[in-house]
Design a protein around this ligand. Structure first.
Ligand code: NAD
Length: 507
């Protein structure tokens, strides 16, 4: 950002980046690269230039991808492969992701507007998840019961659930598909994947890596396009057994309703309005850093954003004054600049919605402390924003703004803090900042959220499950059960030896 607040963009840097990967991409259906009659052109939200063109898939493409996945499941080898073979393929994919890290990071950076250094970290994280799934593939097992009597034996097999539709959003393109696909493959499922129409390149590139790693044809099909055209058949077609969706609560609800007609299993990772509760005895420096990171990481376009600060009244004013200084020091700018911390927002429509939330909050009596406006540039940049004086009756205290905007509310007692934390329909995550173990644990237990961080924020590792309470989702991803989620249980009840008792009396 320059002294007058404008963003300077390095066009040479952009040209060099664009020269590194092909702009035109194809879909993957039944092991073949498939084009469509129309393409979707993606412009970098930071630079305005066209960065990729992907096929605008149709419902016919989705149906033929579902047919290919069904065939690969019903007659192909993948569901019957050994754990050793499946895990070896997943490990190869992880190595290939590492090999192409820079290209994948550039694709996600240029299509979404996120900073390049952050994108690299996401690609590394994605490769790590593929390795974790490969480890879980070796562990997949059922249960046995030998305590049912000497003539009876029970055992429970875990079989792959079948064809899985995987639908992902734009904010963490390769990372989110990597939270689903390797676990479905580890279970022996076959898949149809639809990335967001705005950020499809890295997922399509992954299709090539899967083929290179030796995944059989038809096991993973990738169709690009819009939700109503491609996503809708993926949630309603009877040949699909499970829908794994990450996106907004509104679209997730519709996807779940569509899946209900044929009683598919669903896994839903949806929105959040996550509280960060700060008590007076917290390590203030650490809490301020976390609050800044939580509010502005990925330009706030993050399901886990710490977008709701709940501050003890005794420290609220000092905390907000310090936070305003840190917000001003956050480097907003060219996503290709290594030092940038906040890049561009995803689209002009989305930026307009973020601004409308701030306008409505101001009209309702909230106080804009810093930011609140877009930065003068052709790109879609917005200043880190703090909205204070917010009450639970204001829409901004409940809605997922999904921009670099944090709202602040105050509390006096721990009970009031918990009530405020729970005063939204979401329940994805929360953090509690206190040096007092009783406060930290009891407040954390009172908050209805799928993840609670104590004296830290947005730490993640594949070993720990992730997902939401309330309208933040259904089910959990990652963690030791991540492969089990993509299985059905089959109960075997076996009788051995001569039958000694019968329903009808024997003469
Ligand atoms: P979105 O709901 O608009 O879109 C998600 C996906 O659904 C896209 O691929 C889209 O094309 C597709 N889609 C749209 N209409 C569809 C339909 N009728 N049937 C099937 N698919 C359809 O979400 P978005 O704007 O891409 O992403 C932002 C949202 O994702 C935010 O709400 C964020 O909180 C949420 N999110 C949640 C998590 C999590 O793990 N809980 C992670 C990342 C993002």
């Amino acid at each position: 950002m320059t002294a007058n607040g404008a963003i300077s963009l390095d066009t040479d840097n952009l040209e060099t980046a664009l020269a590194r990967f092909p702009r035109d991409r194809a879909m993957w259906i039944d092991g073949r690269e498939i084009a469509a009659e129309e393409t979707i052109e993606r412009r970098s939200p930071a630079h305005g230039a066209v960065v990729t063109r992907v096929p605008r898939g149709t419902s016919e493409h989705a149906l033929s991808a579902i047919a290919a996945a069904r065939r690969a499941f019903d007659t192909g080898s993948w569901p019957h492969e050994t754990a050793s073979t499946r895990s070896r393929v997943l490990l190869r994919v992880a190595d290939l992701i590492d090999r192409d890290r820079e290209l994948l990071a550039l694709m996600d950076c240029l299509e979404s507007g996120k900073p390049i250094a952050q994108a690299r970290g996401e690609i590394e994280g994605a490769a790590d998840i593929w390795r974790y799934a490969a480890a879980l593939a070796r562990e997949l097992s059922g249960e046995s019961y030998s305590n049912l009597g000497s003539d009876r034996l029970g055992f429970v097999l875990r079989e792959p659930i079948g064809v899985v539709s995987i639908i992902t959003p734009w904010n963490f393109p390769l990372l989110i598909v990597s939270q689903k696909l390797p676990f479905a493959l580890a279970a022996g499922c076959t898949c149809v994947v639809k990335p967001s129409e705005m950020t499809s390149a890295s997922t399509l590139h992954l299709g090539g890596l899967l083929a290179e790693a030796g995944l059989p044809e038809g096991v993973c099909n990738i169709v690009t396009g819009y939700g109503p055209e491609v996503g809708a058949p993926m949630t309603s077609d009877i040949r699909v057994d499970m829908v794994s969706f990450t996106g907004s609560t509104a679209v997730g609800r519709a996807a779940m309703a569509a899946a209900a007609a044929t009683l598919k299993k669903v896994s839903m990772e949806l929105g959040g309005k996550n509280p960060q509760l700060i008590f007076p005895d917290a390590d203030m420096d650490a809490a301020l850093d976390a609050a800044t990171f939580g509010a502005y990481f990925n330009a706030g376009e993050c399901c886990n954003a710490g977008s709701r600060l709940l501050l003890h009244a005794d420290i609220a004013e000092n905390f907000l004054a310090e936070l305003a200084k840190r917000a001003a020091s956050v480097k907003v700018g060219d996503p290709l600049d290594e030092d940038t911390r906040v890049g561009a927002l995803i689209s002009v429509d989305h930026l307009g919605k973020v601004e409308a939330h701030i306008r409505d909050a101001s009209a309702a009596g909230a106080e804009l402390r810093v930011g609140g406006a877009r930065l003068s540039s052709n790109g879609l940049f917005m200043a880190p924003t703090i909205v204070a004086g917010v009450t639970t009756s204001m829409a901004i205290s409940k809605a997922e703004v999904f921009g670099p905007v944090v709202v602040a509310l105050t509390f006096r007692t721990a009970q009031e803090a918990v009530e405020l934390a729970n005063a939204t329909d979401y329940g994805l995550s929360a953090s509690v900042w206190s040096r007092d173990i009783d406060t930290a644990i009891s407040v954390g237990r009172g908050v209805r959220a799928g993840t609670v961080w104590v004296n830290t924020f947005m730490d993640g590792t594949p070993e720990l499950p992730f997902g939401g309470y309330k309208q933040s989702g259904v089910g959990r991803e990652l963690g030791r059960n991540a492969v089990n989620d993509y299985t059905e249980e089959k109960t075997f009840h076996v009788h051995t030896g001569p039958r000694t008792s019968w329903w009808l009396p024997r003469g």
